[in-house]
Write a protein that binds this ligand. Structure first.
Ligand code: HPA
Length: 267
């Protein structure tokens, strides 16, 4: 039996017949969103074979199933990153499981550094496209011609529009732009940030892109949001740190929450 089938078995023991419409991956410091879910089941990643056990503070490592704004939802509270084990496919089983459970779409959130001075720390950015700076893919080793995934419209237009409408309804200033995926775990140098800016990036971060590729490989539609936690290297006097990432992400959590609650009303 595959790991995904094993996971589905574990999940159906705690949440028989539950079919989420939307999957949500919560980035660093956004765990408090889970307080708003009418919980049907909460399952530790450790109980789900192939799910990552997150090793970064700010990432809990739980699959939460329940309801938000009348939408059945599966939340991955926590993720693993490429920089943790040097493997880009650490989220493969988790994303395949969301697909196998019946999710029709995915919302991915992350923390990111801003390359634009008007997108200040604490603000939100809708990701409209990405640049993969790592040279790696979570699909290395995947078989069949399905591995040649079309990434030309990876970030779904209709879901982006739904996120824009939700932001408008809540009076949230939602920036938009291109997310550059870097491996980390070290932050970038100012020279790297200048290079990324020349390439057209608006934000930079160490996650999300492998999940986007894996989701598109499964045929899942998606949209993605960055919480801007800092100006990128060389753009401000403040030293970069994970503590700053968590602190700004926590500060933006209320805004993200209102945005997602509104977005989920129409899904
Ligand atoms: N760079 C990379 N990843 C990040 C940053 C950054 O400035 N901020 C939050 N995640």
């Amino acid at each position: 039996m595959s790991q995904v089938e094993d996971c589905i078995k574990v999940i159906s023991k705690s949440a028989k017949g539950f079919t989420p419409q939307v999957g949500l991956i919560l980035g660093s410091g956004l765990g408090q969103f889970c307080e708003h879910i009418e919980v049907v089941a909460s399952i530790d990643f450790e109980e789900l074979p192939g799910f990552p056990v997150p090793g970064v503070s700010g990432h809990a490592g739980k699959l939460l199933l329940g309801k938000v704004s009348d939408t059945d939802i599966a939340i991955l509270q926590g993720r693993a990153h490429y920089y943790e084990r040097g493997k880009a496919d650490t989220m493969a089983v988790a994303i395949q499981t969301l697909n196998a459970m019946g999710c029709q779409s995915l919302v991915i959130t992350n923390a990111a550094g801003s390359l634009n001075s008007d997108a200040t720390p604490g603000s939100l950015m809708l990701i409209t496209d990405h640049i993969n700076m790592t040279g790696v893919s979570p699909l290395f080793g995947a078989e069949s011609n399905q591995r040649f995934v079309d990434m030309s419209e990876a970030y779904n237009h209709d879901l982006n529009d739904a996120m824009r409408s939700a932001a408008k309804a809540n009076d949230i200033n939602l920036h938009e732009g291109i997310y550059a995926w870097v491996s980390g775990p070290q932050f970038e140098t100012p020279a790297e940030i200048r290079a990324l800016k020349t390439l057209g990036a608006d934000a930079v971060g160490m996650s999300t892109v492998p999940e986007v590729i894996l989701a598109r490989h499964q045929g899942l539609s998606l949209c993605a949001l960055s919480v801007i936690t800092n100006y990128a290297a060389g753009m401000s006097e403040t030293a970069l740190s994970h503590e700053q990432t968590i602190s700004f992400s926590n500060q933006a959590a209320d805004t993200v929450q209102s945005l997602l609650i509104n977005y989920l009303k129409d899904q």
